[in-house]
Design a protein around this ligand. Sequence first.
Ligand code: ACM
Length: 548
Amino acid sequence: MHIHSFTRAVAGIMLACSPAIHAADIIPLPSSISKTDATYTFPEKATVSVPQFEGDSIALVVKTLSSQLEKSSGTKLVLSDSDAAITLTLNNTLPREAYNLEVTADGINIQASSPAGFFYALQSLRQLMPAESKTPATIGTVSIEDTPRFGWRGFMLDEGRHIFGKDEVKRVLDMMALYKLNRFHWHLTEDQGWRIEIKKYPKLTEIGATRGSRSLGWRECEPDTMTYSGFYTQDDIREIVAYAKDRFIEVVPEIDIPGHTQAAVAAYPEILACDPENPHEVWLYQGVSRDVMNVANPAAVRMATDIIDELIPLFPYSYLHLGGDECPTDKWKTNEACKALLDSIGSDNYRDLQLDFYRKIAKHMAAKPEADRRKLIFWNEVLHGNTSMLPQDMTIMAWVGADKAAMEAARRGHTTILTPQIPYYINRKQDPSPSEPLSQGRGTETLEAVYNYVPMKDVPQELADKYMGVQANFWSEYVITPEFLEYLMLPRLAAVAEAGWTPQDKRDYSDFHKRIRTHEPILQANDWNYGRHAFTNACTKCAENKND
Ligand code: ACM
């Protein structure tokens, strides 16, 4: 890719002319920050004191700090109990993810009540350090008190349409960690590909992970004839979940059922298809397939619960996303078993067949030992059915008509997460220039538009505690390469991260714009690709961001 060599060349130029203290401004903006005029210079050997904590997570945070310091300034960290230059202190009065960070001329003091808080202090410190390697490293003195606005600060990656691979997922997790995002919503199944090994149903990946076109057909574009294939083994999944855990990111898998399931139907038509007598293939097109699961077949329900049983030990967190968006009911309307099932539940709304399917899954979940139970998340179309069939503790992820849908979910007593399609779908074009690479939208999801979305606007106080947070989503219909993924993600991911972390009354686009411009050396030092629009005022490199 041309873009990477360009990136390195620019980084080289910046290195040559960078001032003595070349720090970035912190993103997301802390709740409270005051800078003073002094500086702290890291010695060749810096002593660090670390409090005892159950488990070794703080030690892990210090290990990360140690390797970053060594890389950026040559400084070696040495553990010490007294008179340390860098002091980590437990302060149990702080919320779990909060931290205080004090940099004085004599040293650095960090307080937090949990490893996550220390980790976030470290992310802020990282941004205060020179992005480029410098010996010795000098940083400005500063006093920060910081705590996130929301507990859920997410990013969703669709790897059903296109799969980017383990190395790229790790890079994405690194980006998330830098900006203090803490939920990786992994969309692993689609009409166009099933991407996770399920041992009880091997054909899901033997058949469902391969299709006969790399690009997805859309409008006048026909599919190509290339074989396109890929999935994650359960060992891969464990590796990614562990990598994310080290960065205080919980991985939330999404198995999108009973719609968006054409790849699964192609693998097991005898169980899942409404019309098993017809041929079924992994889809080669964009859009919403009508080839949904036959929810009236008890074997299909059993297959769903079997799959979920395999997911639970792989993803040891509280939430499981079962999709629920864009599920056409056409095939149910012409299927005798589906018609009879709808009759039997006393409804004439075919959406209720979908909710009855979830009700059975929820019942299966409720019967598990507490440690294995997961709370369910659904896209907001589920609100079009009789949600009284579903557990009260389900969460609605609001994407279409997001503000209204989230409010409706909250009114019905459910928690909700804001992922507004416009402007938080950061796979959409970020600039209207005709040279912008082909993706969804018209270029109106600019960095500024993404930044300026106001979460929880006009939400009544009595519903406020139902709002868990915000999330950026990335759909990969048009996006095939890691370079293009990163180009669209960055820097817009940072804008969503700030909405998730920083109090609304402290957010201001022109201030953010100034701060994000100081992050260019960090993006370059990590060799991440990114949209240049916010940095250059002109989209000079867009044309190079093609998919091949
Ligand atoms: C969605 O964008 N279909 C959730």
